[in-house]
Write a protein that binds this ligand. Structure first.
Ligand code: KIV
Length: 271
């Protein structure tokens, strides 16, 4: 008798089949047990434990400061919260750029210590040796092209990437290279929709877009942005589904009033 629950899990093969069938893939970031559980129960296909945790969880200006240990902590919490979705864990800045041995060692730590199902790293030709090595060890890898926030100091701004033909050419050839190296999918961040469409149509593996138009095989958003926890970050590509910041502020103010006025706790809310 199996000790495992009979739950249909999302795997990299599922994503491949979804692309083939024209079914869009829904991905969100999450960084903790509670939100991961809610998203999984709601039916999300992929949870990305993004290094955007550096911004939205730790309050850093960029994704650069977050460490491998901190990413592992977030990923462990997420994995404990889910039953069925695929968990992708971002490799943080500095954990793979050195060489492919360092990259493999970091990827192995993530897989061994978190129970996550795959890793994601940023870049094209520059990181392809590392991708081959990690895939060769049996670890599913998701690529990330276009705006790659770990290179923000090289780019200088968070504006749309690959608008010029030379950068678009590199992106197209990087996407093919990542596919050949064995990536099971590629995030396309903040690139023109027309370019994302041709890249997506030219690949067998799924693309997941963020600010890359409707023709990617799936979409990803940062949970704090789409739930309206962040109020200052309002790029054109973002659809905000809730205004949690406002709702939480109202609830907290209500609580403060109730405590100060001695309304809380009442006779039923005590032992
Ligand atoms: O870290 C992150 O949240 C990401 C998404 C923006 C794709 O990489």
């Amino acid at each position: 008798m199996s000790v495992h629950k009979e739950i249909r899990k999302v795997t990299t093969l599922t994503l491949q089949k979804m692309k083939a069938a024209g079914e869009k893939i829904a991905m969100l970031t999450a960084y903790d047990f509670s939100f991961a559980g809610i998203f999984d129960t709601a039916g999300i296909d992929i949870i990305l434990v993004g290094d955007s945790a550096s911004n939205v969880m730790a309050g850093h200006e960029t994704t650069l400061p977050i460490t491998l240990d901190q990413m592992i902590y977030h990923a462990q919490s997420v994995v404990r919260g889910i039953d069925r979705c695929l968990v992708v864990v971002d490799m943080p800045f500095g954990s793979y750029q050195g060489n492919s041995e360092i990259a493999l060692a970091s990827a192995i730590r993530i897989m061994k210590e978190t129970g996550g199902h795959s890793i994601k790293l940023e870049g094209g030709a520059e990181v392809v040796d590392s991708i081959r090595k990690i895939v060769g060890a049996g670890i599913p890898v998701m690529g990330h092209l276009g705006l790659t926030p770990q290179s923000i100091y090289k780019f200088g701004t968070y504006t749309v990437r690959a608008k010029e033909e030379d950068e678009a050419d590199k992106l197209r050839s990087d996407a093919l290279l990542l596919q050949e190296a064995g990536c099971f999918g590629i995030v396309l961040e903040k690139i023109p929709a027309a370019l994302a469409k041709t890249v997506s149509e030219g690949l067998e593996i799924p693309t997941i877009g963020i600010g890359a138009g409707p023709d990617c095989d799936g979409q990803v958003l940062v949970m704090h942005d789409m739930l309206g926890i962040n109020t200052e970050f309002k790029p054109r590509f973002l659809r905000q589904y809730l205004n949690l910041n406002e709702q939480i502020t109202t609830a907290v103010k209500h609580y403060i009033t109730d405590v100060k006025s001695r309304d809380f706790p009442n006779a039923q809310e005590q032992y």
